[in-house]
Design a protein. Structure first.
Length: 124
């Protein structure tokens, strides 16, 4: 799956150079991570935005926004913003800034490698 490189460049311009922000190819697109946690990304022409559970319903009520859904089950707290909703720099800036702000409030580190400890054993 390809992603919109121009939209990726617009996100990069908003984020600017930060040691804490990285890019990673995920979901067949591109994800932007703050301290290892995804805050936004691009799939095809859509902007993926992590708004969090408290803002989820409010975000879905906005124009050109729909649930983020890869598997037939929406991911709560994440939305897709369609191309019409990201036409302007200010619109992209608002979504990216909101997602950065939300992820910046999360505690703990990102889970790595898909493993977790359970009763002294690694479990996938």
């Amino acid at each position: 799956m390809a992603y919109d490189e121009k939209l990726a460049d617009r996100v990069r311009a908003i984020v600017g150079p930060r040691e804490t922000v990285t890019e990673k190819k995920m979901f067949g697109g591109l994800a932007f991570l703050l301290n290892g946690k995804m805050f936004c990304g691009i799939a095809h022409e859509d902007l993926m935005v992590r708004v969090g559970p408290a803002r989820y319903e409010q975000a879905l009520a906005e124009a050109h926004v729909r649930p983020m859904d890869f598997t037939g089950r929406p991911m709560m707290g994440y939305v897709f913003v369609g191309p019409v909703g990201t036409r302007t720099a200010s619109a992209v800036g608002r979504w990216v800034t909101e997602s950065l702000d939300f992820v910046g409030t999360l505690e703990g580190s990102a889970r790595r490698g898909g493993r977790r400890k359970l009763a002294g054993k690694s479990v996938r």
